[in-house]
Design a protein around this ligand. Sequence first.
Ligand code: ADP
Length: 147
Amino acid sequence: MKRALFAGSFDPFTIGHRNIVERALKMFDSVVIGVGVNDGKNPMFPLDKRLQGITEAFADEPRVEVASYEGLTVDFARECGACCLLRGVRNGRDLEYERQIAAFNSRVAPEIETVLLMADARYEDISSTLVRELYRYGKDISDLVGW
Ligand code: ADP
């Protein structure tokens, strides 16, 4: 059984993230969405809200699990039995960033592969940062969040 870990901050989980999970389900038997708890980051959406929202979004999909984790992503991948780290790439900047993380992760955990999915053209402009910006100024973000 092939399981992938899709790890991120998901502050908030957007329709772009959701699209990555839906496409990954065509390639993997199951996907764990790991919400990383990072002491250095001060999230706009509380951890509980993110976990609950993402869990509800995939309530009808038994092949998706949602969990929070602290520490190294590769350690959490090993813990959940994931063979692959799933990430999304929107542009050249994402690619450069993801390339370095993937190389470093494979140095630390050579048995775990990184799988990069290109963002769907419909969602490549969407980032959690921009959605937070809208939210901060009181705009409706319900069409952009994936929960
Ligand atoms: P992190 O804080 O780890 O960068 P994010 O929650 O911002 O986590 O993103 C998690 C992953 O989802 C990253 O690989 C990011 O490139 C990808 N991603 C973010 N937005 C989109 C999108 N609109 N389409 C596809 N992938 C995306």
